[in-house]
Design a protein around this ligand. Structure first.
Ligand code: AHR
Length: 333
């Protein structure tokens, strides 16, 4: 009986360790030695696996860690802040050399980041920012300018306003599917988009709800818009996955996506680009998930005590339907 209890406890510990280390890493921290110059151990707390973008981002981080000979401890928070905080605390306990994470929401990080600082473990933010007055809690923030992404989406609509008045009534009714509530890309993309479209009084956002950056979320929100909103001309979805889910809802309602409702999304992952090339999406603003190589370089510098830039903005472009057709054959994700 005692032996059985011991076995159960031992398997529980092993399982939680697997959940935190994920795939593609050794599991042993070895951090005391690595601080003396051996291999670096990084604890990475990922948001989840909510979108095609996130899958490509995780792959980029895992492959780049391997290429850079960095021992990666990887955890998937399943889009819950409390899981990310637990993972970060576990990395602190394991005395990793550096912690990197993509915060699921902007606020509520000061306490755990202060714990990392007191333990002398540097933190790098990737993809998403935290909303904190104390910028000494992290070394660098590597990721996109989400406000600029929203502005680019809005600018396309302003520039294509005549074609986007699908119902031909002189008004352009936009429905918006937002990303995860409280997440930096959802807040910033909304802000950028709404700021730019305000320059044209014909364009109005008539409804805006979260789709949580998922395909299922996008589909459900679009289904409800199709029932509750009249005269929808345009959909602005905060990522491709939400847009792809919305396309399913639009087609199920007997409408033609890209024609009966113009669609603008953000990300430019493979499925989104295919839908753009097929004419179901009208415009995509790129958000690059390939942050791994830059993150590993930053980690090496930070651990060596070399100076790094506090903010590194990812280079990104935009795609029309013709540009998507040309780019698809060589698209990496
Ligand atoms: O933080 C980046 C965003 O998060 C991507 O646009 C989205 O697809 C992801 O889930």
């Amino acid at each position: 009986m005692v032996a059985n209890k011991f076995l159960v406890a031992a398997s529980a510990i092993a399982l939680s360790s697997v959940a935190l280390t994920g795939c593609g890493n050794s599991g042993d921290s070895g951090s005391t030695e690595s601080k003396k110059g051996d291999s670096i151990t990084m604890g990475f707390a990922q948001v989840g696996a909510e979108s095609g973008w996130r899958t490509a981002n995780t792959k980029s981080i895992q492959e780049s860690a391997k290429d850079a000979a960095i021992n990666l401890k990887f955890s998937d928070a399943q889009q819950k802040q409390e899981n990310q905080i637990k993972a970060i605390r576990s990395y602190i306990q394991q005395k990793v050399d550096v912690i990197a994470f993509s915060p699921v929401v902007e606020t509520g990080w000061d306490t755990v980041l202060l714990e990392a600082k007191r333990a002398h473990i540097p933190v790098i933010l990737t993809d998403r920012a935290v909303d904190s007055k104390d910028t000494s809690l992290y070394e660098s923030f590597l990721g996109s300018d989400f406000v600029a992404e929203g502005e680019k989406a809005g600018q396309w609509l302003v520039d294509n306003a005549a074609d986007s008045d699908v119902n031909g009534d002189g008004k352009i009714n936009v429905v918006q599917i937002e990303g995860t509530t409280g997440a930096a890309p959802a807040i910033d993309r909304k802000e950028g988009f709404e700021k730019v479209i305000a320059s044209d009084p014909k364009i109005k956002v008539i409804a805006s709800q979260t789709g949580d950056f998922t395909r299922d979320g996008g589909k459900k929100v679009m289904e409800s818009y199709l029932k509750s909103q009249k005269g929808i001309d345009v959909l602005f979805a905060h990522n491709d996955d939400e847009g792809l889910g919305a396309i399913e809802a639009i087609e199920a309602a007997g409408l033609t996506p890209g024609k009966d409702i113009k669609i603008i999304t953000i990300d430019a992952v493979h499925d989104g680009m295919q839908a753009l090339a097929d004419g179901k999406i009208n415009y995509i603003v790129e958000c690059s998930p390939l942050l791994g190589p830059q993150l590993m370089d930053l980690a090496k510098k930070v651990v060596a005590g070399d100076p790094v830039e506090k903010r590194i903005v990812t280079e990104e472009t935009t795609f029309t339907q013709d540009q998507a057709k040309a780019a698809l054959p060589s698209r990496k994700y």
